[in-house]
Write a protein that binds this ligand. Sequence first.
Ligand SMILES: [Zn+2]
Length: 136
Amino acid sequence: MAHTLYEYDGLCRNIHGHSYNLEVTLTGVPRNEPGHPKDGMVLDFSDLKEIVKSKIVNRFDHSLMVNNRIPDSQKELLRKTTERMIVVDFQPTSENIVAYIAEILQQHLPENVSLFSIRLYETVTAFAEWFASDNQ
Ligand SMILES: [Zn+2]
C-alpha cells in the first residue's frame, strides 16, 4: 500500500509504498467438543484468514491512503492517477493505520473471539502494535 503523510517534514510527505506485514492475535476459549472437527480451535485459521483478506488486504493492497486534510485539488489529481485511493480522517502513520484496522476487524470477528493485539510492520524492523487492553 502507498501512503503520504500530510505536511510531514521528512521524506514520507512524498507518495511512497510499503510491503506492510500484518499480524493479528486473537483471544478466546478453544472449542471443547471432542469429536467435533473444530474441537480445540478458538477460530479456524482459514476463517481468520478470510476475514483479514476480505476486510483488510483486498481493500488496502495496492491502494493509496491519504489524509483527508490534503487540499481537494490534490485529491482530484490523485484520483486521476489511481482507482484505489482511500481518504481517511487521520494521518496514515502505522500507529493510526493499526488502530483503524483494529476497528474494522472488531466489527467482523465472531462473538466468541476477540482481538488481543495487532502488529503492523511498515518495514522489516519498524512496526506499530495495538493491544485491546490499552483500548477498553
Ligand atoms: Zn511510509
